[in-house]
Unconditional design. Structure first.
Length: 304
């Protein structure tokens, strides 16, 4: 059974050289969730990526993760194999050999508009913030439903830790609350990444496609996929050539899991009670049986 069927059954403004990587810096100075009126996100223009991997290094530094050394960053042999995000790498770059030559693609959490991971979380540890950031909180019970609910295979579990967490990109939520932008966006030397409201980055993506239709595929990946994401991509080749799934459809993943999610509270409340009842009944039968045996033995003794 593939992941999509499993989910159905089981769960589920213009950027310029002067303005750099930020479309609207004034609006990012938000210290509280309720100040956000629109989702924020990142536009990724893969035609500009040179594979320098500075975004990987900046991400690691910003999140207290193992930081790649300079030699590793300049070692292109790392890009000879496909890599995935992990519990120690929220951002990675892969290289794809396409009909238009090698293309470098940064990959991280897509921050879906209606994330399957947040909908599947039983205790709301995974949350979709009003600002668009999908974040994880420490009240997690480790059920890992978020992992099987993600169509992009992003949340990762710390299997080797005594107190494991779910790890993934949170779009530098702490930096955002202080008025900053994501670390990866800040360090990108070729302006591959543009941060702004989802409306702004969609407009910018469409502007670029209209201005140079021979350069770009006429599609912004993430505009409609799985109900839309806050991480959007531009490409010069069909997206399947650079590792993107084209079978996800436009339906938000939580819609696949609505029935199950409504049942979850009853399952998790009534199942332990049912098991406790069975346990008590079993013990009672055992005690009753032992008692009868004891009385029979005493009765037999009396006869003798």
């Amino acid at each position: 059974m593939d992941r999509r069927n499993f989910l159905k059954i089981f769960g589920s403004g213009v950027a310029t050289a002067a303005t750099g990587n930020l479309l609207n810096p004034a609006k990012t100075n938000a210290s509280e969730d309720n100040q956000a009126t629109e989702f924020y996100g990142i536009l990724v223009d893969t035609t500009r990526c040179i594979g320098c991997r500075r975004c990987e290094k900046a991400c690691a530094e910003a999140n207290g993760l193992p930081v790649p050394d300079i030699d590793e960053l300049t070692n292109k042999s790392v890009l000879e194999k496909m890599r995935r995000t992990s519990d120690t790498q929220y951002t990675i770059i892969n290289r794809y050999d396409t009909e238009k030559g090698p293309i470098y693609v940064p990959k991280r959490c897509m921050h879906c508009n209606q994330p399957g991971c947040a909908a599947a979380c039983l205790v709301k540890a995974m949350r979709k913030r009003p600002s668009g950031h999908v974040t994880w909180d420490a009240n997690c019970i480790g059920c890992r439903l978020c992992m099987v609910s993600c169509p992009f295979d992003i949340p990762k579990f710390e299997y080797t830790k005594a107190m494991p967490r779910i790890q993934k990109c949170n779009l530098c939520y702490d930096r955002y609350k202080k008025g900053g932008i994501p670390a990866c966006v800040e360090v990108c030397p070729t302006q591959v990444l543009v941060f702004g409201t989802r409306r702004q980055i969609l407009e910018e993506g469409k502007r670029r496609i209209a201005a140079d239709p021979d350069k770009y595929v006429n599609h912004i990946y993430g505009e409609y996929e799985v109900g839309g994401t806050s991480h959007l991509y531009l490409s010069s080749v069909p997206f399947e050539q650079i590792g993107f799934r084209k079978d996800l459809g436009t339906v938000p993943y939580p819609e696949y899991s609505t029935g199950f999610l409504f049942a979850v509270p009853f399952i998790f409340v009534l199942w332990p009670i049912a098991m406790l009842g069975i346990n008590r009944a079993t013990k009672k039968d055992d005690e009753s049986g032992h008692g009868e045996n004891h009385e029979n033995k005493e009765h037999e003794k009396g006869k003798h």
